[in-house]
Ligand binder design. Sequence first.
Ligand code: C2E
Ligand code: CA
Ligand code: CA
Length: 568
Amino acid sequence: MSLDLQLEKELQEYKDEIALYHIMCDATPDLVWLKDKDGTYLKCNSKFEQYYGASQAEIVGKTDYDFLKKSIANSIREHDLIAINAKKPIISEELLSFSDNSFEGTFETIKTPLRDKDGNFIAFLGVARDINDRKEREEKLKIDANYDSLTGLTNRSIFMDKVKQEVRLKKDYSCILLIDLDRFKDINETMGHSTGDKILIMVAQRLQKLTKKSDTLSRLGGDEFAILLSNIKDPLKARDFAQKVIRALAKPYVINSRTYHLSVSIGISVSPDDSNRPERLLQFADNAMHKAKEKGNNLYELYTKELSFKILENIFIVDSLRNAIKNREFELFYQPQIDAKTDKTVGAEALIRWDIPQKGPQSPAKFIPLAESSGLILDIGRWIIDRALKDIVQWKKAGLDIEKISINLSIKQLSDEELIPYIIEKLQKTGAKAEWIEFEITESYTMHNQEASIKKLNKLVEMGFTLSIDDFGTGYSSLSYLKKLPVKKLKIDKAFVDDIERGKDDKAIVQAVILIAKSMHLSIIAEGVETQKQEDLLLEYGCDLIQGHLYSEPLRKKEFEEFLSSTS
Ligand code: C2E
Ligand code: CA
Ligand code: CA
């Protein structure tokens, strides 16, 4: 064979081998490419062309920035740089997302730096595998592992995760109800498992109807269900809820035209009172549930004595409140609001007082929330409005020097459709003017019911009332949100007033709030002012209106009238 022919043959074999490699490269389901150190494509296979929607000729010489979303190209470039400098292949998961939105998905990539004999970097080889299907399967497995296949409810592990999260948040109370069906074994054994399963499904459905989205309902196993009630303001609610559960599950179950009856036992534990450790909380609920079982059917039991006591006491207070409305046991006190610059009493906050016969004075901070959760606040609130309007009419007639009084309105009252008609009626009956009344509302109310609340508040303002935001600084409202509300005044909460004597930072916060409020043309009153130093600082910052023990505690009507006469 001549030399030429020999060379030609070798060349042909070489070409065949290259062609073979191309074929192999194109046959893999993976994307394969070569890039230089700057991230410029040198070569790619046909799978790559498919995903990138371009031919090799169009891809070579370009970078990922020409095809992908910038943030994605950035992160790929970061991985590339790691791979270029690495000693071994780098495996990572990368998201590909094209700037023309043609495709988005997750890939597992292997990047291998190629070096010459002397170790100099030539290029790096990338191989990427589309793992979206695998991800979906994994996701599904995860779902299967988190859900009970019979009832579709979440299982124990999800339940415990939720309890952990909830306890960590430490907002309000969280209550665990552990629900166990009584003698479910008997049904299973006498009627067969398929009937048992059907009953479990029906139980799950009934429980689902009772729970809110924010609650967690799980089947812990067998005939045991658990409910986590989140953000409970009053643990009394857990008791009410347990009763609802008992009623709902006691209704007959009809399966294949046969009727079954069930009873349940429920154990309740409450965080943070009982514990703030998830496992212990569940254990405590379990202890309580067993105690309930011992006692009989369709019962619930609370874990702690203290909590049982607290709940019993709350029940007593709610019962007493009911009587108090009938027996007119309330009294309205007034706390002067002073313009510190002139020492003039410009207003007064009406504050309710209540003595339970044989038990003594009750703090409104305690009974008002109970009045709210029981709905009794509507009647009590009406009494307060009626009393306050009558009092101010009397004072104005007597020529006492007082501009207006402030009445606290609770969230429940504001949601009551009867509130405004009631106020209109009372204005007419007493002859009071709306300008004599300011309503104090808390931040949280307005935050929770933005649309509806703004409407109602506007209505009150149209009628001539003024509004102030109570306990300002303790809620979450942003000042920009406050702009939307028809309020005239902010009450800086006592907590802030207490702080201004202390840290530098707290001072700065109060100062800033006053400045911003002023820029929004809101007037400001500080409440809970107890010392001269606090007043001096508040005056220095530009807050002139003061309410607090420094001037006067809340006073009986008679005492308040004397206070007015002596100071004017
Ligand atoms: P609030 O509306 O923030 O009322 C101010 C509370 O601070 C009153 O407590 C008042 O007596 C107290 N206070 C005023 N100045 C000082 C001070 O210098 N030092 C201290 N330590 N405390 C001071 P009170 O009367 O016990 O009322 C507590 C809460 O109960 C009120 O907080 C309000 O949320 C509610 N409340 C009271 N009366 C009524 C009412 O008539 N209707 C409604 N809806 N809620 C009321
Ligand atoms: Ca108030
Ligand atoms: Ca307040």
